[in-house]
Design a protein around this ligand. Structure first.
Ligand code: FAD
Length: 311
């Protein structure tokens, strides 16, 4: 793993650096490559384009670690507005939403935070269902995994279509995959984007990849709907072979990739008959998201630095 990954992930949580660079508009430089816009119309336009290309979409209204109630409520409103517009444009058959619990209340420093987050998630799930679509709960760093899975269990009582994310880099994830590989369950498997300590996570790329394959086996052999979120050509090949080995027809699982990363591969897989979903983040709170993408691809740092200088 790149030696610069850790420092970049630390910077992703730095309020000072965030304030320094966040005045840059989404339209500037490298940000635009990963985030199509700042508001609902831009998100809906990007969705329509991807759907025209034969892709499905999941949309993330950017924001995380929100510590005040008003901002959490504003995030809920943004999702409701988005779902209304997607529905009006007839896009909810192809587009769902991804939600971070820390953006809608889980990070408020208050004993009732978990309850606020679940109530807000419930509001978004209800709107998604009314619009004919679903919600997937994004997964954040390992300190939030138990709370997020507890929220998932609670939400699934009323909204069993709600999806979850598991991160192959965590030691616990193979066991979590077994728990969630049941009928009706939707699980997005990713490698994990956060800086995690060796006590809870694999830190070597080879070990993370081996864990990813073990988790793929559990999910593809199980009864749920696996959502295979990776850009890694090796993982994609292995997933395709395992899908055949476990008798999975195309459409009983899907591939997922991030907006702006390997777009040609996304289209190629879709043309081969696979279900492919693009994760589309939008909004002004792009800083943490961009830093995690740069940590995965330090080669892009020079472009980022240049777009800052030309601001
Ligand atoms: P890597 O080993 O990082 O990369 C494999 C190859 O992909 C690279 O060699 C390169 O060719 C290409 N690539 C990877 N990153 C980039 C980049 N930034 N720019 C250009 N090319 C690149 N993580 C979470 O912790 N929680 C979540 O909820 C979550 N949701 C996700 C949803 C989706 C749909 C996806 C695709 C990822 C999500 N992630 C999430 C991020 C994930 O955990 C990884 O950090 C990220 O996908 C990079 O891992 P990789 O599997 O692509 O493999």
């Amino acid at each position: 793993m790149s030696p610069i990954r850790g420092p970049l992930l630390l910077l992703a949580r730095s309020g000072r650096v965030k304030r320094l660079v966040s005045t840059m508009p989404v339209s500037a430089g490298i940000v635009h490559g990963y985030v199509p816009g700042e508001d609902t119309p831009a998100a809906v336009q990007a969705t329509a384009g991807l759907v025209d290309d034969g892709l499905r979409v999941t949309l993330d209204y950017l924001g995380e670690d929100v510590t005040d109630r008003a901002q959490a409520d504003a995030t809920v409103e943004a999702y409701l507005d988005l779902l209304r517009e997607l529905s009006l444009r007839g896009l909810t058959r192809h587009a769902e939403v991804s939600v971070k619990l820390s953006a809608i209340g889980q990070a408020i420093p208050d004993a009732g935070a978990a309850k606020v987050a679940i109530e807000n998630a419930r509001t978004i799930c209800r709107a998604a269902r009314n619009a004919g679509t679903t919600v997937t709960l994004d997964m954040e760093d390992h300190t939030t995994t138990d709370r997020t899975l507890a929220a998932l269990r609670e939400l699934r009582q009323d909204f069993p279509e709600t999806g979850a994310v598991l991160q192959a880099m965590l030691h616990r994830t193979e066991a979590d995959c077994r728990t969630l590989a049941h009928e009706g369950s939707r699980v997005r498997l990713c490698k994990g984007a956060y800086a995690e300590p060796a006590e809870v996570a694999f830190t070597d790329k080879v070990d993370i990849d081996k864990s990813y394959v073990r988790c793929l086996k559990v999910l593809l052999a199980g009864q749920g709907y696996p959502m295979i979120a990776t850009h890694d050509p090796r993982m994609i090949d292995i997933a395709s072979s395992l899908a055949s080995r476990y008798g999975r027809a195309q459409g009983t699982y899907e591939f997922q990739m991030l907006y702006g990363i390997r777009p040609d591969e996304q289209k190629r897989l879709a043309e081969d008959g696979e279900s492919v979903r693009t994760y589309v983040p939008y909004g002004v709170e792009w800083y943490g998201y961009l830093m995690r993408r740069l940590a995965e691809r330090p080669a892009n740092l020079a472009f980022f630095a240049r777009s800052l200088v030309s601001k």
